[in-house]
Design a protein around this ligand. Sequence first.
Ligand SMILES: NC(=O)c1ccc[n+]([C@@H]2O[C@H](COP(=O)([O-])OP(=O)(O)OC[C@H]3O[C@@H](n4cnc5c(N)ncnc54)[C@H](OP(=O)(O)O)[C@@H]3O)[C@@H](O)[C@H]2O)c1
Length: 350
Amino acid sequence: MRICILGATGLVGRESITLIRRAWPKAEIIGFASRRKRLEHDGETFDVLGAPELELEGAPTGDLALVALDDEHSKRYVPRLVELGYKVVDKSNTYRMDPDVPLVSAGVNCGVVSEDTSLVANPNCTTIPFTMAVAPLAHAFGLASVAISSYQAISGAGIAPLDSFLEDNRTAYAEPNRLGVQLDPTKYAGNTVPHSGKTDESGFSSEERKLMNESRKILDAAALRVSAQCCRVPVAVGHFMNVWLELKRAAPLSEIEAALARTEAAPYLKVSPGPVGEGLTALDCVHNRDQALAGRLRLDPRDASGKTVCLTIAGDNLRLGAATNAIRIASRWFESADAELQAPGNMPAK
Ligand SMILES: NC(=O)c1ccc[n+]([C@@H]2O[C@H](COP(=O)([O-])OP(=O)(O)OC[C@H]3O[C@@H](n4cnc5c(N)ncnc54)[C@H](OP(=O)(O)O)[C@@H]3O)[C@@H](O)[C@H]2O)c1
């Protein structure tokens, strides 16, 4: 098996290498980046090729391509990869809302990937843990509306902002400057900033629109009333969400918790029992990199009908929210040697 990673030198691309070694240990990996370079990762050295080499005659062909590029470069290379015969999982925003391209959150709607599918879109890094936690509740109780407030890590913006954030933090707080006032208020270190990128006429940022629109597509609930507010917090890795779910049917919290804990309904979800939220932090998800974490179930006191539930969800944005989900999608075509990375309902091996 030959696997190409486009964006191999980026944060998500590097995680993909680690996961490929678990899922398909014998696979040959060819990495691509903006230009030829060497990449050291997990004790291995890779001679990474320049992505434009894929456009040449005689470009390498293979079985699977995992694309971790920005939107513009995904648009440029994905059609070429399909033409070259690869099964492709694209992690950018480019194809997610394309009605002809399945958008898949593993364990929620993997069944839409068939042997005939050649391109699948990987959802946004908040959409994946959100849909994993909410799908079993939508199935068991029905979903009327949702509100989400997200607190997202800096690594969601890519390797360059993360490195600059880490560097700024090294000099951040010193006696007597406990407030960090010398830091730049437009940057991430010591700061919480709105996700104001690409805000459209609706007033919602692109991050908020992705979470809302992608969730409707994955949950197959075009009419779902959903509202999201997103911000970035000074955390390196790990996205955190507070969620208010209005169910169609009221149920005791114990029943709701039991629905989340059913492995067949939520195969990649780790549930934290009770309202306290122990084991439910941004760093906890970096210790459980391939699982979504959910818990802090409470009834919303504003809703006398008892149908609105408060819930907290967290997930490692680089792994569960990106690389892991893509590997699980690809496991529908190529069986994974690691059961944790295998999507349910795998198609029989050819
Ligand atoms: N970070 C996350 O939490 C996350 C989660 C879900 C989805 N995603 C999506 O995944 C994609 C990658 O994100 P990331 O965080 O891994 O980004 P990143 O760390 O910034 O890495 C970007 C990658 O793109 C490559 N690249 C840059 N310019 C290129 C060009 N002109 N031609 C070919 N390759 C080029 C870079 O190679 P060089 O080393 O040569 O610059 C690098 O390998 C994005 O679409 C992002 O939205 C990210």
